[in-house]
Unconditional design. Structure first.
Length: 438
C-alpha cells in the first residue's frame, strides 16, 4: 500500500485492484483539478488535418526519445475538411517531428497499409535504432461497411532517417499481438455495454524488475444473472478494465495476456489510453474517461483519472480519494480529451487534444444538433495546452499550463508557476493561454 495514502484500495472484480462506486461517488470539481478555459492557438501547426489522440516516441525506459536531435509524436488524424464526428471512421496515424518541442512538422502517414479498416490509438517504442508502433486495428479489412472489431497490433521495421531533414521509413511488418479471450477480457459478441473496448496498447518496461509489459483498454466479462453490482443488470454493463500482457522474452512482439491491473465493474465502461508514470518509486496509472460512460447513479466528467501503487500490479489507490486528476471547467466541459502524462523534472506534464470549445452543454451528443459550420468552428482538432501537475503521494494539483503542442526538452527549465496565466494576443483582443499560472 502507498505509505502516506489517505485513501483506500478496493478489490477489483477480475483484477487485484478496482475503482469502486464509493471512490467514484466522491468525484467533484475543485481548483486543484479543474483546468482553465482553453482558446484556439494563435498559429495552427497542422492546418490540413484534424489531430486528436497523440503519443510520443519513447525509449524502453519510458523517457521521450531523441533521434539526432528530433522528438517524434504520433497522432490520429483525418482531413481537416471532414465533419469532426466522422473522423474516427477514417482515422490514420501520422507522425510529427520537432527539434525544440514547440514547433512541429507534419511527416505524413506512418503506414501505407496497416491492419484493419482504420487505425486507432496506441504507443511507440524506439529500441536500438528500430521504431515499433503499437496501435489498434479497428474493423475488418475488406468489409463493405464499417465494423468495430478491435485487435491490438504491433508494427516493426520502422527507421528514422535524419539526412536532409527527418522522415520515418519502413518497410513495416504488422503483427496481430493480442485478441480477447472471453474470460479475462470480453469479446465483442459478449458485450452488453454502450461501447465495446479492446484497444489502446501502451508499452511499459518496469524499472524495478526490467520486465516488459503492454497495457491496454478492455472490458471485464460479467455473467448475466450474476449478483455482481447487487444483481443490477444496468450497472453490470459498465465493466471497463485496464488490461495487461507480459513479454517473457522482452521482445516487443511477444506477449502473453495476464489478469487486468484494475477494473471498474459497476462504475465505468471506458478506461481509455491507460499508461503509467513511474515516479519516486511509485506507479501512477492514468486513464481518460467520459461523462457518459459512468454507470447509473454516478456522475463524472470528461477527465483524466489516476491511481497509485507501490508496484506495477498494485494494489492501486485512487488519486485525490476519487481518482479525478484533471478535468475541464463546468462551462467548457468538452474542451479537451485524451490526456497523456509524462514526467518532467519535479512535475508531471499532461498533453491532450483540443476538443469542442465554446460549447457548454450537458452532453457531447448535442454537437450533432449544431449546423455543420458550427460543428467545424467549435472543434479544436489540434493539441491543447500542456497542463502542469504537482504529484505528491496520492495528491495531485494543476499548477498551470504551457502552450498548445509544447513538450519541453529534458534540460529545459519551466517558467515559475506564479507568473501571469493570460496575455493579450494584440491583434484579436481575446485572451489565450501562454506560460503558466496557479
Amino acid at each position: 500500500m502507498v505509505p502516506d495514502s489517505s485513501g483506500q484500495a478496493a478489490s477489483g472484480y477480475g483484477a487485484r485492484s478496482g475503482w469502486s462506486r464509493e471512490h467514484a461517488g466522491r468525484i467533484e470539481r475543485t481548483t486543484d483539478n479543474t483546468a482553465p478555459i482553453f482558446y484556439p492557438p494563435a498559429t495552427e501547426q497542422a492546418p490540413d488535418v484534424h489531430v486528436w489522440d497523440t503519443w510520443l516516441l519513447r525509449d524502453r525506459d519510458g523517457t521521450i526519445a531523441e533521434v539526432d536531435g528530433y522528438r517524434v509524436a504520433f497522432s490520429l488524424t483525418a482531413p481537416a475538411d471532414l465533419l469532426p464526428g466522422k473522423r474516427h471512421d477514417v482515422a490514420t496515424i501520422r507522425y510529427f517531428y520537432s527539434t525544440n518541442g514547440q514547433t512541429w512538422h507534419n511527416g505524413g502517414p506512418v503506414f501505407e497499409e496497416p491492419l484493419g479498416q482504420r487505425t486507432w490509438a496506441g504507443s511507440a517504442l524506439y529500441d536500438d535504432g528500430e521504431i515499433y508502433v503499437f496501435y489498434t486495428a479497428a474493423g475488418e479489412q475488406g468489409a463493405d461497411e464499417l465494423t468495430y472489431t478491435q485487435r491490438i497490433v504491433g508494427a516493426s521495421g520502422g527507421r528514422a532517417v535524419t539526412t536532409d531533414g527527418f522522415r520515418i521509413e519502413g518497410p513495416w511488418t504488422h503483427h496481430e499481438l493480442i485478441r480477447p479471450d472471453g474470460e479475462r477480457y470480453e469479446r465483442e459478441d459478449q458485450s452488453r455495454g454502450m461501447i465495446y473496448t479492446f484497444r489502446d496498447p501502451w508499452f511499459f518496461e518496469d524499472p524495478a524488475t526490467g520486465e516488459t509489459y503492454l497495457l491496454f483498454e478492455a472490458n471485464t466479462p460479467v455473467p448475466e444473472g450474476s449478483d455482481t453490482c447487487g444483481g443490477d443488470a444496468a450497472q453490470q454493463a459498465f465493466n471497463g478494465s485496464v488490461g495487461l500482457a507480459h513479454s517473457p522474452t522482452g521482445d516487443p512482439l511477444d506477449w502473453e495476456p495476464q489478469d487486468p491491473l484494475l477494473d471498474s465493474v459497476c462504475v465505468n465502461q471506458e478506461l481509455e489510453r491507460p499508461h503509467v508514470v513511474h515516479r519516486d518509486g511509485r506507479y501512477y496509472l492514468f486513464v481518460s474517461s467520459h461523462m457518459h460512460t459512468f454507470a447509473p447513479g454516478l456522475a463524472g466528467y470528461d477527465a483524466l483519472y489516476g491511481f497509485v501503487a507501490d508496484s506495477l500490479r498494485g494494489e492501486y489507490v485512487p488519486l485525490n480519494d476519487s481518482g479525478l486528476v484533471a478535468t475541464n471547467p463546468a462551462n467548457a466541459p468538452f474542451q479537451a480529451y485524451s490526456w497523456m502524462a509524462f514526467p518532467h523534472r519535479e512535475e508531471v506534464l499532461v498533453q491532450s487534444f483540443f476538443n469542442y470549445y465554446d460549447f457548454d452543454a450537458d452532453s457531447l451528443d448535442l454537437v450533432s444538433e449544431l449546423s455543420e459550420d458550427e460543428q467545424m468552428r467549435r472543434f479544436g482538432g489540434t493539441l491543447g495546452p500542456t497542463l502542469r501537475l504537482s504529484v505528491e503521494g496520492t495528491r495531485t494539483k494543476i499548477l498551470g499550463t504551457l502552450d498548445h503542442w509544447e513538450i519541453p526538452l529534458p534540460d529545459e527549465d519551466l517558467p515559475p508557476t506564479d507568473r501571469e496565466l493570460f496575455r493579450r494576443t494584440g491583434d484579436s483582443g481575446r485572451e489565450s493561454y501562454h506560460g503558466s499560472g496557479t
